[in-house]
Design a protein around this ligand. Structure first.
Ligand SMILES: [Zn+2]
Ligand SMILES: [Zn+2]
Length: 141
């Protein structure tokens, strides 16, 4: 898919456009993503060169591990981007995109560490951690 998506933070200080193809669209259920979003994390991956950011002065980055940093709006706190610096790719948070998003979560990662206040019911593949590790049987609900 090579269409263009648009997104922005809650206050509008940071906005962006990104041109596909969108390589993978997934939900991460790890505790970092839960705390960072305050909800559920889902993102899609694009080439960094295909992303245009407006209002970059308001965009702040938090290094959440040796290989990841998370971009958010310094004015309103919205979670916007996840990036492995140097990879040439960046993940856009689906909640920041302007609907219709027209992308579906293809699979779930880090379901083993998932918090307990919601269930995953979409029937998509679930992985204990990364997609190169073991899969978890979806529960019947
Ligand atoms: Zn903002
Ligand atoms: Zn995560």
């Amino acid at each position: 898919m090579s269409r263009t998506v648009e997104g922005k933070c809650l206050c509008g200080a940071v906005s962006f456009t990104a041109k596909g193809p969108f390589e993978k669209t997934s939900a991460c259920h790890c505790s970092q993503c839960a705390r960072w979003t305050g909800g559920r994390y889902a993102s899609t991956t694009v080439e960094r060169a295909r992303l245009r950011i407006q209002g970059e002065a308001s965009l702040k980055w938090y290094a959440s591990s040796d290989h990841a940093r998370r971009g958010f709006c310094a004015c309103c706190g919205s979670s916007l981007f996840w990036e492995n610096p140097g990879s040439g790719k960046i993940d856009l948070l689906l909640g920041a995109l302007t609907p219709p998003v027209d992308l579906e979560v293809d699979y779930h990662i880090f379901v083993e560490g998932k918090t307990d206040y919601y269930r995953i019911c979409d029937g998509k593949p679930q992985y204990a951690e990364y997609t190169n590790g073991p899969q978890v049987e979806p529960s019947e609900d």
